[in-house]
Design a binder for this molecule. Structure first.
Ligand code: GLP
Length: 255
């Protein structure tokens, strides 16, 4: 794993956007895996800036989002489809029909999950997957206890996740307690993975994922098994890493 530690969130976002733009510039029809939450917002702003400066073109790019709340309509402000349209897609020349978010009602979830996996395969797989990290170590909505062999499916949300995300949700919605999420095996099939973690609240999960044992109790620890992963961290999120000095040395030597 490459573990890159920066002074602040802005530098992390620039680095994440550099990696994504390099991928698209080398492969104009790249397939992106995208995340939601607070963490990628600066990165998305950087991508928008670069598109406006004409240094990247999204016209042939396609994308798959990691997850979506179950039963939430795509046009609801609480949906991840709404988040993606507002925070990224509508500012780029990406074709909306080439962007996928795994939306479903309660009664057709099996079919949706199966089709989502098929769709990813038909596109040739995900070239680069952007991930955030839950404070409990989740990736996507693969909560602790998720199998490393899991695929896209319906998941129950952990109470810590619901409380972490509560201030992002408006009250208009019925109770949100489930989601559809790409599985861990689905995520691990991505050719390249970039994971961002920012702030003190993520420090324990970062340490467990990078330096702890492989364990379903910390879903992000699965990334230790992937051959092309880059962790982008700020000072706070990396504060509990015991080998921080070594990672910084490697970062300088391999730059
Ligand atoms: C959310 C999403 C994840 C995201 C994570 C961290 O619930 N399902 O994909 O990476 O939790 O969220 P935040 O970036 O807001 O801390």
């Amino acid at each position: 794993m490459k573990i890159a530690i920066y002074d602040n969130a802005e530098q992390v976002a620039e680095q994440a956007a550099d990696i994504i733009c390099q991928k698209i510039n080398g492969k104009p029809n790249a397939v992106l895996g995208l995340a939601t939450g607070r963490t990628p917002l600066n990165t998305y702003q950087q991508l928008i800036n670069r598109y406006k400066q004409a240094s990247v073109d999204f016209s042939q790019v396609s994308s798959f989002n990691l997850d979506e709340y179950l039963g939430v309509k795509p046009n609801s402000e609480n949906s991840y489809r709404f988040y993606m349209n507002e925070n990224l897609f509508k500012h780029l020349n990406i074709k909306l029909e080439n962007t996928a978010v795994p939306s479903a009602d309660e009664d057709n979830t099996m079919q949706t999950c199966h089709q989502y996996e098929q769709q990813i395969k038909q596109c040739g797989g995900i070239d680069i997957q952007l991930l955030g990290l839950g404070s409990n170590g989740h990736i996507g909505f693969n909560e602790p206890s998720s199998s490393f062999a899991s695929r896209t499916r319906v998941v129950a949300l952990a109470s810590s996740t619901l409380s972490d995300n509560s201030d992002l949700l408006t009250s208009q919605e019925q109770t949100i307690d489930k989601a559809i999420s790409m599985g861990i095996a689905t995520i691990l099939e991505s050719k390249e993975i970039v994971i961002i973690a920012l702030g003190k609240a993520k420090a324990q999960a970062v340490a467990a994922a990078i330096e702890g044992a492989l364990s379903a109790s910390c879903p992000a620890s699965c990334l230790q098994m992937h051959a092309n992963v880059t962790w982008l961290l700020d000072q706070e999120s990396s504060s509990l890493l015991t080998q921080k000095h070594y990672y910084q040395l490697s970062q300088q030597l391999l730059a």
